[in-house]
Design a protein. Structure first.
Ligand SMILES: NC(=O)c1ccc[n+]([C@@H]2O[C@H](COP(=O)([O-])OP(=O)(O)OC[C@H]3O[C@@H](n4cnc5c(N)ncnc54)[C@H](OP(=O)(O)O)[C@@H]3O)[C@@H](O)[C@H]2O)c1
Length: 246
């Protein structure tokens, strides 16, 4: 199914949590964007349990291109609905990506271009919905995209698993409610960071978040931090590993 929407007024959106695992120097991948094992087993468990609490998981195109994840649920699902969402302005992901070829929950691709024929006749074991929601050429209107996820698919809670460009765009537009990040004992010194503005402008003044909680990982080497983007709010989903395990 393909569909086009245009920009409009202030939309409602799902409760949105960004989750990242970083090195001490804020890197989320290797110097050339290659996947690096930063997570310890507890951090992986934390991420999978959080997936189980959310109605959808979202990533940017580079994360699919570089890591080729399936983004399936792995542990203890607490909600019945579960979608996988990819933001891909120029539709650069390949129809051979595992998220498309391997059986899994429905996939929603949001792009800023009209999908070529190969995408309209896609052969896949999965339900694939493609929506074209441009803000400007190559740029998805993220506000409208989140509105669509809530209104069309009834997605109330959204887990964003990076990468840095998508994280930046969501934070800059005040569309994320939380940033949960695990700092691991590594230093990489080059490569993609937790947030990244490809225009190079960055945030001036810097965005300021509010630290809500922190937890030392059971491995004793990592620290998990829960930041809220709006002061005087509370996380809508449990944050401690113990609570998530219940
Ligand atoms: N450690 C972790 O927790 C973690 C988690 C996830 C990923 N990663 C790493 O992060 C790296 C990828 O991060 P990244 O910063 O390079 O890229 P990314 O955020 O995964 O993807 C960036 C792409 O997403 C699309 N996109 C994002 N916002 C958009 C918008 N508003 N409109 C249109 N398109 C938008 C664009 O695709 P188009 O160019 O097609 O327009 C953009 O180039 C990977 O190497 C992966 O290994 C690490």
């Amino acid at each position: 199914m393909t569909e086009t929407m245009t920009s409009g007024a202030e939309p409602p959106k799902p409760y949105t949590i960004i989750f990242t695992t970083t090195s001490i120097d804020g890197r989320i991948a290797g110097p050339h964007g290659e996947r690096i094992q930063l997570s310890c087993p507890y951090d992986k468990q934390r991420l999978y349990l959080l997936r189980g609490r959310c109605d959808a998981v979202m990533v940017g195109a580079n994360t699919i291109i570089n890591d080729n994840p399936t983004l399936r649920r792995r542990l203890n699902p607490k909600t019945t609905r579960y979608y996988r969402v990819v933001i891909d302005g120029k539709l650069r992901i390949k129809p051979t990506a595992r998220i498309i070829t391997e059986p899994g929950p429905p996939l929603i691709i949001i792009t800023a271009v009209d999908p070529p024929k190969q995408w309209q006749q896609l052969e896949t074991p999965n339900q694939v919905h493609i929506h074209t929601i441009p803000a400007k050429p190559g740029q998805v209107d993220l506000k409208q995209a989140l509105k669509l996820l809530k209104q069309r698919y009834n997605i109330q809670t959204l887990l964003v698993e990076g990468g840095g460009i998508l994280n930046h765009n969501l934070l800059k537009q005040h569309l994320a409610d939380e940033l949960r990040t695990t700092i691991t004992p590594h230093i990489i010194s080059a490569g993609p960071t937790i947030t990244r503005d490809p225009t190079g402008k960055g945030n001036t003044p810097p965005l300021k978040l509010t630290l809500y909680a922190h937890e030392t990982c059971p491995c004793k080497q990592c620290i998990h931090l829960i930041y809220l983007t709006k002061p005087n709010t509370k996380p809508k989903i449990p944050w401690s590993l113990k609570q998530l395990q219940q």
